[in-house]
Design a protein around this ligand. Structure first.
Ligand code: ATP
Length: 357
């Protein structure tokens, strides 16, 4: 069991700064996802950890050991990529045994280690097949097996599920969760799929433009996003973000959102505000109430997804995204009472995006 530490790691490509200075401390046995939009530096971070890319400055440690000067093969890591090229002419067993052969593990030892991995991944009945006789999910499991067989200290996975169809992805997600639970190894997982990150990770590192935005558990990231970017990026459908103002006085804080006005619950903000403060307010789709309250909303769009419908509703001059049960009778054009769960509002300073509550 080992930790992984990025200590002020900077990466430049020529004049382009991909990562200005990353500090990230991953605990032993964690499953950490690096999550963020395209180009935010996820893959570069993983490749530096793997030794495939050299940091411009800063230190990377695996356990207590600085690894900057170690070749990939000396780092005790295994990496699984999006394209998991298996050797087509080799059987599943030979594919899994290949890293052992390459590393000079004695021939007599190999079958037992291949069998252990095959049992773990339920590949036993497939060992004599060739890759072309396997489904996409089975091939991906063989690729995992090939990484596992070396018994590395740390596992790196770069969008390993992105070539699979939706159903298989869901299945492999469950398998990876189970695998992590059983092995207890430190895993670092790159994805731009928030569902993968939310379901599998012990903690998620949300990145943007090379900068770490938040490093926290999936629940914290969902319920207490550190800034307006994380708030808008995490959650499907996305939360409504609207510009507003907080006017403070006499121990009360009034929130103005377009033509909507409401008092915030006492102590909703971490610091008592003074004067008028420009803010961005975030409202999750499940925190809008339709059918009760003093306000009024008009229904614009109803998108049924089965067990629930996603509704766009106008209130004041803000368009809110709202989650309602699938059997809701709401129709476009309806006017209904409206309220917000005020204690669940996310409030960010408008200029910096920083969370204020
Ligand atoms: P994606 O989800 O699209 O794979 P990412 O978050 O993994 O994106 P990186 O691949 O780490 O992003 O890239 C981070 C930034 O560094 C991007 O702006 C990219 O264009 C740049 N970059 C990455 N590799 C190189 C390279 N070899 N030469 C120049 N620029 C690079």
């Amino acid at each position: 069991m080992v930790t992984v530490t990025f200590d002020k790691v900077r990466k430049e490509f020529g004049t382009m700064v991909a990562l200005p200075g990353l500090d990230l401390a991953i605990g032993s046995g964690e499953f950490v996802s690096l999550l963020g939009p395209s180009g935010c530096g996820k893959t570069t971070t993983l490749r530096m950890l793997a030794g495939l890319e050299q940091p411009t400055s800063g230190r990377i440690l695996i356990g207590d050991r600085p690894v900057n000067n170690l070749a990939p093969g000396e780092r005790d890591i295994a990496m699984v990529f999006q394209s998991y090229a298996l050797y087509p002419h080799m059987t599943v067993a030979q594919n899994i045994a290949y890293p052992l052969r390459k590393r000079g593990v004695p021939k007599a030892e190999r079958p037992a280690r291949v069998k252990a991995v095959a049992d773990l991944l339920q590949l036993g009945p497939l060992l004599e097949r060739k890759p072309r006789q396997l489904s996409g999910g089975q091939q991906q499991r063989v690729a995992l097996g090939r990484a596992l067989v070396r018994e590395p200290k740390v596992f790196l996975l770069d969008e390993p599920l992105s070539n699979l169809d939706a159903q298989l992805r869901a299945h492999m997600r469950a398998e990876l969760i189970e695998l992590h639970r059983r092995l207890g190894k430190t895993m670092v997982y790159v994805t731009h799929d928030q569902l993968e990150a939310m379901t599998m990770s012990t903690r998620i590192a949300v990145m943007r433009g090379g900068e770490l935005q938040q490093f926290a558990t999936p629940a914290e990231i969902y319920h207490r996003p550190a800034n307006a970017f994380v708030a808008g990026f995490i959650g499907t459908p996305a939360m409504t973000l609207a510009d507003g103002e907080i006017a403070a006085g006499q121990g009360r804080a009034m929130l103005k959102l377009g033509t909507l006005q409401m008092e915030l619950p006492p102590d909703h903000l971490s610091q008592a505000p003074t004067g008028v403060l420009p803010v961005t307010v975030g409202v999750r789709p499940e925190d809008v109430v339709l059918g009760a309250g003093d306000g009024q909303a008009s229904i614009r769009v109803v998108e049924p997804t089965g067990h629930e419908s996603i509704v766009l509703a106008n209130a004041g001059d803000v368009v809110f995204t709202v989650r309602v049960p699938g059997d809701s009778p709401l129709r476009p054009g309806d006017t209904v009472p409206f309220d917000l769960r005020r204690e669940r509002l996310h409030i960010f300073e408008r200029a910096s995006g920083r969370r204020l509550n």
